[in-house]
Design a binder for this molecule. Structure first.
Ligand code: BV8
Length: 220
C-alpha cells in the first residue's frame, strides 16, 4: 500500500497541495530542499519544529487503525509505504512500514549520520546524542535527496498481487511511478482517494471518498 498525505487529513494534519496546505506561505524550494536549508536553516528548522510539535496534538484515525488491523491479519503479506513524515501509522500499531520520505519524529546528524528518535526542537542546535556535534537536521527527505528504502519498496511493488494507493496526488517521484510499475508486473491496482489522481496509468479500481470511510471498507 502506497500512502499519501490524504490519510492523515482527517486527523488534522494538513496536506500539501490542497487549499491551506502545509507549504502555504512557504515556497516548496525554501523549506523542502537542501539548497533552502543551506540558504536559511532557521526558517527550515522552524518549519519542521512547528510540524513536529503539532504531532502531539493529533491522533491516528480509522484509516490508520484499519491498516494496523490488516497487518495483524495479513502479517508480512502487507507492506505500508508512506510518503508521510507523521508518526500516525506507528501510533495506530503498524510495524511493516517504510517512511520513504523520512520522519518528523527523527533527527539526522550531518556529522555522524546517526538518526536518533527526536521530539524536541532543532532550532537551538542541540548536540547529537551520539557524537555531540551540533549538526542535527530533520530526518526528512527533501527534493533532490534519495528517498529511504527504495530497494525494499521496489521488490514489494514488483512482487505484489494488489497495489493500493491511498490519499496521494501522485505528483512526487519515484513514489508516483509505483502504480505503473505494479501494473507492469500484473498486479491489480486500486486507488482510494478523495478525488481521483490523474496517474500515469488508470487504476483498475478507483474509489473516491474520505480515507476514514474507504480504507476500513477496503480492509473489511
Ligand atoms: C529523488 C518530505 C533521486 C518533506 C517530500 C523522476 C524520478 C525520480 C525523481 C524525480 C522524477 N521526476 C522528478 C523528480 C524529482 C522530485 C519530484 O518528484 N519532483 C516533482 C515535484 C516533479 N523527486 C525527488 O526529488 C525525490 N528524490 O528523486 O531522488 C532519485 C532519482 C531516481 C530514482 C530515485 C531517486 C524526493 C521527493 C521527496 C520530497 N519530500 N516530503 C516534507 O514532508 O515536508 S514530498 C511531499 O509530497 C510529502 O512527502 C508528501 O507526502 C508528498 C506527496 O504529496 P501527497 O502525499 O500526494 O500530498 P498532496 O497534498 O499532494 O495530495 C493530497 C492527496 O490527499 C490528494 O490526492 C487529495 O485528494 C487527498 N486527500 C485529501 N483529503 C483526503 C484525501 N484522501 C482521502 N481522504 C481525505 N480525507
Amino acid at each position: 500500500m502506497l500512502i499519501g498525505a490524504g490519510i492523515s487529513a482527517e486527523s488534522g494534519v494538513p496536506t500539501f497541495r490542497d487549499a491551506g496546505g502545509l507549504w502555504e506561505g512557504h515556497a516548496v524550494d525554501d523549506v523542502a530542499s537542501p539548497d533552502g536549508f543551506e540558504r536559511d536553516p532557521d526558517t527550515v528548522l522552524r518549519f519542521y519544529d512547528a510540524r513536529r510539535r503539532a504531532l502531539a496534538s493529533v491522533e491516528p484515525n480509522a484509516a490508520h487503525r484499519a491498516l494496523a488491523q490488516l497487518e495483524t491479519e495479513r502479517g508480512d503479506d502487507l507492506l505500508v509505504v508512506t510518503q508521510n513524515v507523521d508518526d500516525l501509522h506507528e501510533r495506530a500499531g503498524s510495524r511493516n512500514l517504510v517512511h520513504m520520505h523520512g520522519e518528523l519524529a527523527r533527527a539526522r546528524c550531518t556529522a555522524c549520520e546517526a538518526r536518533p528518535a527526536w521530539s524536541a526542537d532543532l532550532l537551538d542546535r542541540p548536540p547529537c546524542p551520539v557524537c555531540g556535534e551540533r549538526m542535527l537536521r530533520p530526518d526528512v527527505v527533501w527534493f533532490g535527496e534519495m528517498p529511504y528504502g527504495l530497494d525494499r519498496i521496489e521488490q514489494a511493488v514488483v512482487a505484489c498481487d494488489v497495489f493500493v494507493s491511498v490519499g496521494t496526488s501522485g505528483q512526487v517521484y519515484p513514489a508516483a511511478g509505483y502504480a505503473a510499475l505494479a501494473a507492469a508486473f500484473e498486479a491489480r491496482t486500486v486507488e482510494l482517494n478523495l478525488e481521483s489522481s490523474e496517474g500515469l496509468v488508470p487504476f483498475d479500481d478507483a474509489r473516491t471518498g474520505p480515507a476514514t470511510v474507504l480504507v476500513p471498507a477496503w480492509v473489511d
